[in-house]
Design a protein around this ligand. Sequence first.
Ligand code: GRF
Length: 190
Amino acid sequence: MKRIVILASGTGTNAENIIKYFENSSIISVTYVLSNKKEAKVLKKATRLGVANGYFDKNSFRNTNNVFTILKERADYIILAGFLWKIPLKIIEAFPNKIINIHPALLPKYGGKGMYGMHIHDAVVKNREKKSGITIHYVNENYDEGAIIFQKSVEVLVCDTAQNVANKIHVLEQENFPKVIEKVILKNGE
Ligand code: GRF
């Protein structure tokens, strides 16, 4: 059994989708959900779905081994599903090519610090991009710069608002993220 720990900061629609996708899998299971926000909706979703969960603050993330220890004990893969803090180097080094993020844009465009959530879609619409999309990638020590695993684009129409773009991208995320995670894990085998 390959074990996934999900890190998420917000609503957790991706986390929920991933948990449900692997619910009946005999190969992959989501063992834990961790958030940097005590009140994050993702934690309530995890509880409702019967997945153990917890939260941590910046100090324990950066200056203690608490999160590192949980990950070492419970994770073969770490999935970032809307997680907004940079991952400490110690964790990145302990999980080479085992940390996967989803970014709601076509990297390398619209990545990096400050490029998250609606900021991305606002910029895409403002720049009159003809397409946007999702990027699923490995995580390295720089925001949004790890090797790309998968991208899928969607058309942006001149009449689209940032919210329209966000909705389209949400659909792409729901359709693709769990499948891509599954593919990576199966490909890597033991
Ligand atoms: C998603 O758009 C994801 O691509 C980004 O953060 C958002 C998280 O949404 N990294 P949710 O919490 O899964 O609903």
